[in-house]
Design a protein around this ligand. Structure first.
Ligand code: ZN
Length: 173
């Protein structure tokens, strides 16, 4: 397994804005990508990562929502779809490995029903709520080239990107 560099809004916004393509087969090559993504996410550390964040425009997401004291519980979502959204919405303070150090509140449907292929290519359908609902919607946005910043006001978005750039420059100096 290899830790891959994570693209940020500072390093490669153009790639992050790309729409990802459906996966044709869940095979060993795809599992190798998912293993690398998981390792990269744990190393960051983060709770969710979409393939485009490591520069691969495929509809693949990895996630682990376990608490620090709990055993790891990796999850894999290939070609995920939202087949139902609740009308009720809920706010959550989101962050993103591609937008380091920025957190802001986003309002999304509180519950969603999702359909996806798992690590072995089996079709799964489940209802998500709480952090899973937030995280899967955030990560699925990445597959469309959408960042959580795009849900904020333009002023907040511009300010956040400027802050990430400034931090990146300070680190490089
Ligand atoms: Zn993100």
């Amino acid at each position: 397994m290899t830790i891959r560099p994570i693209l940020t809004v500072d390093s490669d916004l153009a790639t992050l804005k790309q729409k990802s393509a459906p996966v044709e087969a869940v095979d060993d090559a795809l599992r190798a990508l998912m293993d690398d993504m998981l390792e990269t996410m744990y190393d960051a550390p983060g709770i969710g990562l979409a393939a485009i964040q490591v520069g691969t425009p495929k509809r693949v997401i990895v996630m682990d929502l376990s608490r620090e004291e709990e055993p790891r519980a990796p999850r894999f979502f290939v070609n995920p779809e939202i087949i139902w959204r609740s009308e009720e919405t809920a706010p959550y303070e989101e962050g993103c490995l591609s937008v380091p150090e920025i957190y802001d509140e986003v309002e999304r449907p509180a519950r969603v029903r999702i359909r996806y292929l798992d690590y072995h290519g089996s079709l799964v359908e489940e209802e998500a709520e709480g952090l899973l609902a937030v995280c899967i919607q955030h990560e699925m946005d990445h597959l469309e080239g959408v960042l959580f910043l795009d849900h904020l006001s333009r002023l907040k978005r511009d300010r956040a990107i400027a802050k990430v750039r400034k931090a990146a420059r300070a680190e490089a100096a």
